[in-house]
Design a protein around this ligand. Structure first.
Ligand code: C5P
Length: 216
């Protein structure tokens, strides 16, 4: 039986995609299934943590034993995380937050037209904002299709993180929408740990073990 090494710890996890409304019936989103974040939440509960899960819209069942905060848009996720961040000992940002959102959401369903131009603005980077006033152990994810380590290490320092978990989403055997993943974990000491293809639930335990080693 696994020891409850996260007993008494409060973990905040973000998961899933966000939905950015274009009009009352249309939205922009991405291919995140939420599976990695939900696996982390489930594993953290099993190891004794108090878990707050902030989740974008997914088709997964809520893991048992979590405080659940469903959100839709990047802006809603931002507000919810800002409410919860100061109470957390460990924060793991697994959500695939939309990088852009329509500047205006049309009040009524847009009628068909020959060509359509929608103007987007950048969303606020939730992880980078949390990194600015850091009290908790902070871990982020990096999903890339090339130069995995370079981009991951850049995010680690730029967003003031303690750990970045990188996964290659260029293949079809792992990553988006899959039960499986393969990750490389980079930390501030310059070290790297690699975990080859496994279920997201097993990888969640491996990630938590790496976090426990550093955050104590
Ligand atoms: O820069 P990039 O979006 O690839 O960084 C990914 C990491 O940043 C993930 O941990 C993701 O949850 C987080 N992120 C965020 N808010 C955003 C964009 C990304 O929290 N607006």
């Amino acid at each position: 039986k696994k020891k409850a090494d996260f007993q008494g710890k409060r973990i905040l996890i973000t998961a899933g995609p966000t939905r950015e409304a274009i009009d009352p019936v249309r939205y922009l989103t991405n291919r995140s299934s939420g599976r990695m974040g939900y696996a982390l939440a489930d594993a953290a509960v099993a190891r004794g943590a108090d878990v707050a899960l902030v989740s974008g819209p997914v088709s997964l069942e809520k893991p048992e034993g979590v405080e659940f905060y469903p959100v839709q848009s990047a802006a809603e996720m931002y507000d919810r995380v800002m409410d919860l961040k100061d109470k957390a000992d460990v924060i793991i940002m697994c959500a695939a937050v939309a990088d852009y959102t329509p500047i205006v959401c049309a009040e009524h369903k847009m009628k068909k037209q020959d060509a359509l131009v929608i103007e987007f603005e950048k969303t606020r980077d939730i992880l980078a904002e949390v990194g600015k006033t850091k009290h908790a152990f902070l871990a982020g994810f990096a999903a890339e299709t090339q130069n995995l380590e370079g981009y991951a290490r850049d995010k680690l320092s730029r967003k003031n993180l303690d750990m970045i978990i990188a996964n290659d989403v260029s293949g079809t055997e792992t990553g988006f929408d899959s039960e499986y993943n393969a990750v490389s974990i980079y930390t501030r000491d310059g070290k790297a740990v690699h975990f080859t293809r496994d279920t997201k639930r097993n990888l969640a335990d491996s990630i938590l073990t790496e976090i426990a080693k550093i955050s104590g």
